[in-house]
Design a protein around this ligand. Structure first.
Ligand code: NAP
Length: 248
C-alpha cells in the first residue's frame, strides 16, 4: 500500500514546503487550501513535475462539512490515509486582547483549534486499528507562541497554539495503542505570508535579532522536522515536540 497524506493549508508557506517534501518521500499528497486555488495548483504542478501524485482540495478546516467532504474525496482519489499534517492556521491584525471582538476570536479558534480537532478525528477514524485501519502518524503545527503568549500582537493565536500542544499530548496518549503517533512542531519566526496577514510583512526581519541564531527560519526547515516525525525513524516518539526556532 502507498503512503497517503493530507496537508492542511498545503498551498503556501510551511504547508507547501511540507507537501513537496512529502511527495519527494513517496507520499501521494492532498494539498488542502481555503481560497487561493492558483497557489494550490502550483504546488500540485511542482509535485507532478518530479513524478509525484497530488490533488488540490478546497476545504475550510473550520467547517465540519468541508472537512468530511475532503477526507471522503481523499479516500476515493488517493486511497487509505496514512498521515495527516494539521498545518492550516491563521492570525489576524496585531492588537491587544482588550481590543479583540468575538468574531475574530471565533475565526481564530474555529480554524486553529477546531480545524485540527476535526481533521484529527477524521484521520483517527481511518488510521486507527480500533476502526480496522493500518495505523499512521499525525503532526500538528503549533508555534513557539504557545510558550511566549504573543503579548501586544495576538494572544488569541498564541492561546490557540497552546490548545494544539494539549491536543497533541492528549490524543497521542489516547491512540498510542492503536498504531497512531501524534507529535507537533513549534516553529519560531519563519519567512511566510502569515506575517502580512498579521499586518506586518517584515515581522521576521524585525524580530530576528532576538533569535540566538540571528536569523529567521525557512519553511523547508520546518518541513524536514515534520517529515522526520512522520517517518519510521520517529517510531518510538509520540506526544512530543520539536522546536524549530533557531534556539529561541
Ligand atoms: P501562510 O503562509 O499564511 O499559509 C497559510 C496556509 O493555510 C495557506 O495554504 C492557506 O490557504 C491555508 N489556510 C488558511 N486558513 C485555512 C482554512 N480555514 N482552511 C484551510 N486552509 C486554510 O502560513 P504559514 O506561515 O505557512 O503557517 C502555517 C502554520 O505554521 C500555521 O499553523 C501557523 O500558525 C504555523 N506557524 C507559522 C509560523 C511563521 O512564522 N510563519 C510560526 C509558528 C507557527 P489559502 O492560500 O487558500 O488561504
Amino acid at each position: 500500500m502507498g503512503k497517503v497524506i493530507v496537508v492542511t493549508g498545503g498551498s503556501r508557506g510551511i504547508g507547501a514546503a511540507t507537501a513537496q517534501l512529502a511527495a519527494q518521500r513517496g507520499y501521494a499528497v492532498c494539498v488542502n487550501y481555503r481560497e487561493n486555488q492558483a497557489a494550490a495548483d502550483a504546488v500540485v504542478q511542482r509535485i507532478e513535475d518530479i513524478g509525484g501524485t497530488a490533488i488540490a482540495v478546497a476545504a475550510d478546516v473550520g467547517s465540519e462539512a468541508d472537512v468530511m467532504r475532503m477526507f471522503a474525496f481523499v479516500d476515493q482519489e488517493l486511497g487509505p490515509l496514512t498521515a495527516l499534517v494539521n498545518n492550516a492556521g491563521i492570525v489576524e491584525p496585531q492588537m491587544r486582547v482588550d481590543e479583540m471582538d468575538g468574531g475574530r476570536l471565533a475565526r481564530i479558534f474555529a480554524t486553529n483549534i477546531g480545524g485540527c480537532f476535526l481533521c484529527a478525528r477524521e484521520a483517527v477514524r481511518r488510521m486507527s486499528t480500533r476502526y480496522g485501519g493500518a495505523g499512521g502518524a499525525i503532526v500538528n503545527v503549533s508555534s513557539r507562541a504557545a510558550r511566549l503568549g504573543s503579548p501586544g500582537e495576538y494572544v488569541d493565536y498564541a492561546a490557540s497554539k497552546g490548545a494544539i500542544d494539549t491536543l497533541t499530548i492528549g490524543l497521542a496518549r489516547e491512540v498510542a495503542t492503536e498504531g497512531i503517533r501524534v507529535n507537533a512542531v513549534r516553529p519560531g519566526v519563519i519567512y511566510t505570508d502569515i506575517h502580512a496577514s498579521g499586518g506586518e510583512p517584515e515581522r521576521v526581519d524585525r524580530v530576528k535579532e532576538t533569535v540566538p541564531m540571528k536569523r529567521g527560519g525557512h519553511a523547508s526547515e520546518v518541513a524536514h522536522a515534520i517529515l522526520w516525525l512522520l517517518s519510521d525513524e520517529a517510531a518510538y516518539s509520540t506526544g512530543t515536540f520539536i522546536d524549530v526556532t533557531g534556539g529561541a
